[in-house]
Design a binder for this molecule. Structure first.
Ligand SMILES: Nc1ncnc2c1ncn2[C@@H]1O[C@H](COP(=O)(O)OP(=O)(O)OP(=O)(O)O)[C@@H](O)[C@H]1O
Ligand SMILES: [Mg+2]
Length: 227
C-alpha cells in the first residue's frame, strides 16, 4: 500500500481492481492512476473496458475488490459517510441526463437540496447564477422536457455545480448530442475547469475530447494503456 499519497492529488488509485462476481470477471485490473486537483482528464476505451466502473469506484458508489483509492491523500475506505463525501466533493453528469420531468429547469438544478425542508434564497440565487453561466437562464421556469438535448445537458451541469464540487465525474455527457452540441458542452466543461478550477474526469468515445482535456487516459480490458 502506498502510504505517501500526496494531498495535491485529487485521486490516486493503487493496484485498483474490481471483480464482478455476477459475471465472474474483472472490470478493472491493477489500475494505478493519479489525478491532480484541477485537472481535466479524458478517459477513453472500448465499450465494456471498465470506464464507468472506474467513475463509480472514485465516487464511492462501488467498493474496490482490492487495491486502494486515495482522495486528497486520505483512503476513501476510511470515509464512512460516502453520501456526504459525494455531496461535498463530486458533481455527476450522465449521458441520459436523469432530469425530473414535470419539474422546471430551476427546480431540477435545486434537486440535490430537496432533502432540506427549506431552501434559502441565497441557494436559489446561486442556481439562477449557474443557469446564467451556462446560458440557459432564459428557460429556468420551463418544464425540463421542453428543452433540447444540449439544453438539458447544460441543466445537468448546472445541477452538478450547485454544491461547488471539487470534481465533476462525467460519463459520456455528449453521448446523446450532435457534433455541434457536443463541442459546446465540452467547451463549457473546459471553461468551468479553467475558471473555477473544478477537476473534470470525463469518460467519452468522442474524438474531440483531445482538444479540450489536459490529458487522455486509455483503458482497454480493464487495464490502463500508455498514450
Ligand atoms: N453490475 C455489474 N455486474 C456484473 N458485471 C458488470 C456490472 N457492471 C459492469 N459489468 C461488467 O464490467 C465490464 C466493464 O463495464 P463498464 O460499464 O465499466 O464498461 P464501460 O467501459 O463503461 O463500457 P461502455 O463504454 O459500454 O459504457 C463489462 O464487461 C461489464 O459487463
Ligand atoms: Mg460506461
Amino acid at each position: 500500500m502506498n502510504k505517501t499519497a500526496s494531498k495535491e492529488c485529487l485521486f490516486q488509485t493503487v493496484n485498483l481492481q474490481k471483480f464482478y462476481p455476477q459475471t465472474q470477471s474483472f472490470a478493472l485490473r491493477d489500475v494505478n492512476l493519479t489525478i491532480s486537483e484541477g485537472e481535466f482528464v479524458g478517459i477513453r476505451g472500448p465499450s465494456g473496458s471498465g470506464k464507468s466502473t472506474l467513475l463509480y469506484l472514485l465516487s464511492g458508489l462501488l467498493t474496490p475488490s482490492s487495491g486502494e483509492i486515495y482522495f486528497r491523500g486520505k483512503p476513501l475506505e476510511n470515509i464512512k459517510n460516502k453520501a456526504l463525501y459525494r455531496r461535498k466533493n463530486i458533481g455527476f453528469v450522465f449521458q441520459d441526463f436523469y432530469l425530473y420531468p414535470g419539474f422546471s429547469v430551476l427546480e431540477n438544478v435545486l434537486l440535490p437540496c430537496l432533502h432540506k425542508f427549506f431552501i434559502p434564497a441565497s441557494l436559489i440565487k446561486k442556481a439562477q447564477a449557474l443557469l446564467e453561466y451556462l446560458h440557459i437562464a432564459g428557460k429556468k421556469d420551463l418544464p425540463v422536457e421542453t428543452l433540447s438535448a444540449g439544453e438539458r445537458q447544460r441543466v445537468c451541469i448546472s445541477r452538478a455545480l450547485l454544491c461547488e464540487p471539487r470534481c465533476i465525474l462525467a460519463d459520456e455527457p455528449t453521448g446523446n448530442l450532435d457534433s455541434e452540441n457536443s463541442r459546446n458542452i465540452l467547451g463549457l466543461l473546459q471553461k468551468i475547469n479553467d475558471e473555477r478550477k473544478t477537476a473534470v474526469i470525463l469518460v467519452t468515445h468522442d474524438d474531440k475530447i483531445s482538444s479540450f482535456a489536459h490529458r487522455i487516459v486509455h483503458i482497454v480490458d480493464g487495464t490502463l494503456k500508455a498514450g
